[in-house]
Write a protein that binds this ligand. Structure first.
Ligand SMILES: Nc1ncnc2c1ncn2[C@@H]1O[C@H](COP(=O)(O)OP(=O)(O)OP(=O)(O)O)[C@@H](O)[C@H]1O
Ligand SMILES: [Mg+2]
Length: 253
């Protein structure tokens, strides 16, 4: 089986705090993996280790290996890594002084992915369609993102991440602060991206039902360690570790 991501013995310290401990994880190409675990367990840090955003925090030390499509990302150009492995962060953070259009266009412009305005227009539209936002913004592309609702802003950030044509998409609690209708759209968008574009997705969620609906595999993290990993339905219905069981019953986290 081809793996999009292989993490081996990954350890991360942030200002002396041992945040990730001996993480091993293999993510098959074209699959969806849900990361679950209590607050502070290291979920966001794990995502940020897979595109090297973690090292932007001063005082961070990373040990171990992260391979993306067979290449050790810690020996690569971090900008290239972040183009191939894009991320939507926990709270929507569109660039407030840029238009909706420019929020999506900025990445492809910087990375010189397109040669003409026409090509750029096409890519922006594609990304907004894939983020299931196009119909809601097509008549106001040149307005600032502040005219959008929180859920729409989250999908704008998804479009911004997709405009880089990533191989891997990471979403950190993409539906945590948004309503059911917007959540459903994000879930549908993830499934379609995997099905139609072959993108590999990792996302963090606090909702077991969502993990089962959307993901193929669940990794359960507790206190910086992966304590359980397996096919989503099996893990959610039949957890083998006591901590996973407690978490799923809502007793921790
Ligand atoms: N920039 C930072 N500076 C200092 N400590 C940090 C930083 N980022 C994360 N940490 C620490 O690393 C640990 C894991 O944090 P992380 O954000 O990865 O958890 P999480 O599982 O995503 O939690 P949540 O569910 O609340 O988002 C925490 O103890 C946190 O305090
Ligand atoms: Mg987090």
């Amino acid at each position: 089986m081809d793996h999009a991501i292989i993490v081996e013995k990954l350890n991360v310290w942030i200002r002396g705090n041992h945040v990730l401990k001996d993480i091993d994880l293999k993510v098959p190409q074209g699959s969806v993996t849900a990361i679950m675990g209590p607050s502070g367990s290291g979920k966001s840090t794990l995502l940020r280790s897979i595109n090297r955003l973690v090292e932007l925090v001063p005082g961070t030390r990373v040990k171990g290996k992260v391979m993306v499509f067979g290449r050790d990302i810690y020996s690569e150009d971090p900008y290239r890594v972040r183009k191939d492995v894009t991320m939507v962060s926990q709270t929507p953070n569109p660039f407030p002084h840029m238009s909706i259009y420019d929020n999506v266009a900025i990445g492809p412009k910087i990375h010189k992915l397109v040669k003409s305005k026409k090509e750029l227009d096409k890519l922006v539209r594609w990304a907004l369609e894939k983020a299931m936002l196009w119909d809601e913004v097509k008549d106001r592309l040149h307005e600032p993102p502040t005219v959008l609702s929180g859920g729409q802003q989250q999908r704008l950030c998804l479009a911004r991440a997709l405009a880089l044509k990533p191989k891997i998409l990471m979403l950190d609690e993409p539906t945590a602060n948004i309503d059911p209708v917007n959540s459903k759209k994000i879930e549908e968008a993830i499934k379609a991206l995997v099905r139609d574009e072959g993108i590999t997705v990792i996302f963090v969620t606090h909702t077991p039902a969502q993990a089962v609906r959307v993901s193929d595999f669940i990794a359960f993290i507790y206190n910086g360690r992966i304590v359980e990993y397996g096919p989503s339905r099996e893990l959610a219905l039949n957890p083998t570790h006591e901590l996973t069981e407690k978490f799923l019953r809502g007793e921790i986290g």
